[in-house]
Ligand binder design. Sequence first.
Ligand SMILES: *[C@@H]1O[C@H](CO)[C@@H](O)[C@H](O)[C@H]1NC(C)=O
Ligand SMILES: *[C@@H]1O[C@H](CO)[C@@H](O)[C@H](O)[C@H]1NC(C)=O
Length: 624
Amino acid sequence: MVAFRPTFLALLAAVPTLVSALTIAEIQGTSFQSPYAGKAVTDVPGVVTVKGPAGFWLRSTSPDKDDRTSESIYVFTGSNAAGKAILATVNAGDVLVVDGKVDEYRSGKDQLFLTELINPTNIRKTASGMAVEPLVLGKERSPPTEEYTSLDNGNVFNYPNNVTDVETVNPTLNPKKYGLDFWESLEGELVKVRKPVALGVSNQYGDVWVRGDWKVTGLNKRGGLTVNWKNKKTVDANPEAILIGSPLDGTKNDDTFMGNTVEEITGVVTYAFGFYRILPLTKLKVTGAPSPAVTSPTKLKSDGKCAITFGSYNVENMSPKSSHIPLVASQIITFMNSPDLLFIQEIQDNDGATQSPITSANATLSALTASISSQGGPTYAFLEVAPENLKDGGAPGGNIRTAYLYNPAVLTLDTPNPGTYSDKAVVAKDGTLSFNPGRIDPANSAWTATRKPLVALFKTVKSGKRVYAVNVHMSSKGGSSSLHGSARPPINGAIEARIQQNTVMRQFIGEVLKADKNANILASGDFNEFMQTPAFANIWDGVLHDSDEVVGEKDVERYSYVFDMNTQMLDHLFVSDRLSKRQGLLGLFKKRLEVEHVHINSWETYDARTSDHDPSVGRVNVCY
Ligand SMILES: *[C@@H]1O[C@H](CO)[C@@H](O)[C@H](O)[C@H]1NC(C)=O
Ligand SMILES: *[C@@H]1O[C@H](CO)[C@@H](O)[C@H](O)[C@H]1NC(C)=O
């Protein structure tokens, strides 16, 4: 007996670990990765549910009762001649026994792994023509509605982020509570989505986010799903949404916009390009649209004296040659009702995104104001401080900046003294600005490669009241990772920069309030961040108020942007204490502030959009 031992050990080492007759559920396991990853398996039984261009999906013929383990798996044959030959031998409804190797595949290290069977061999067909029914989502299984993973500590936007990652921890799935766990537990499964509704625009590949006939939270009136607080600890970021990818029949999905109803979808759950997605068998077909077709114009009207109106709009890379100038001009007149004061972001210089020493945007702003007046709007004056060439980020050479348009019949600059890009606006004891308009602490490293806020002190022409305006466009979220990605909490690109930027602004606003604690202050623009980011949420406490809070806008109607599955608020408006209060003695009268978000873009198709952001409008009473 002793003599045989070495031979036996040698044999063990030479043969790859081979595991026979596992069920698909055992291969998928109860966590993100397969416990058999890298192992050869034999005699895996299943029925073919769907054939794709480079493989097929196999569903277990002996399912377990554990919701954590998927009962289906993708069998990758490959699209070369050998793979095609194998694929040609199988059809949906075939009952097979397969040998192969368990593989965890991802195309980038920021993504999640897809568990699949590769190098399938020895495919034995034991029956054919077996009926395969999709699992009905919303009936047999329903996605959770708030959290994504156990690794986000209750908030997918938690800070600090990127502290851990799914594929290193490989947590045990809890599909009732966490969205990624839910979709992972259905990896490879043939599913049906009943009564789907599109959550936003389809991208250039035709991929579109939908909700189905299951419980959702964060539902806005238009039919999209909005990021909102469940409470100040748990954020509802809508993991119940699912992406519909390219149809398996090679066609392209219909174009969608928020609230489109869609024909019932049948397809397979997979993970690709950073997201769980359903690959539909046939293209997604739009069946209906929400009404009204376009948003209503604001009814907020200026009285020209005390109740003054304002608006804020990121006009997306506007240069003098931009074809969208007349459109933006008409939106300002029609939908925003020609506010007395406009905070504009993304104005490019006079030669647009061309590398040259030109940084002034007076031609761009003249073109916009001329278009407004030629279409019957007011004759606006404008204010800008041209940035230092190539120092404020955005499209190279475009030198995007924030700028003001104001109606000179209603507002005038109080003690004008325009600054240059390097001049730092300082608040004097009497509340005037050393540079008006001027930039806030432009040399501060918080603003490296991004826009410096533009401050201006206005006075109402007819009532002589002061209004401070701060127009911002903070660092973008570029470099962020997918909410369905491996990094947890997901990487929120440049959040450290935005925290610093808000901190510098907070300090400046503090100086204004030191000069006049009852100052009328409007700080508006593209903050590029959610209030639901804990690092951002409290930064203005005690200094400025979020206008949505002041006016009591419903959580789910606070949005100016749609990104992936989520409708969201990036373009905030903050007001000083005085403007947050009611008018008159003892606060008996109506609020000094009114605010509305005008969804002229987030309700549109990609092609029909004028900008990627919605504008907001408001009215403040600066007298009473
Ligand atoms: C995220 O964390 C990983 C692992 O620590 C690191 O390699 C990567 O550079 C981080 N990414 C960012 C953008 O911080
Ligand atoms: C822009 O400013 C320059 C320099 O002040 C001036 O010569 C030019 O006429 C202005 N252009 C427009 C369109 O206002």
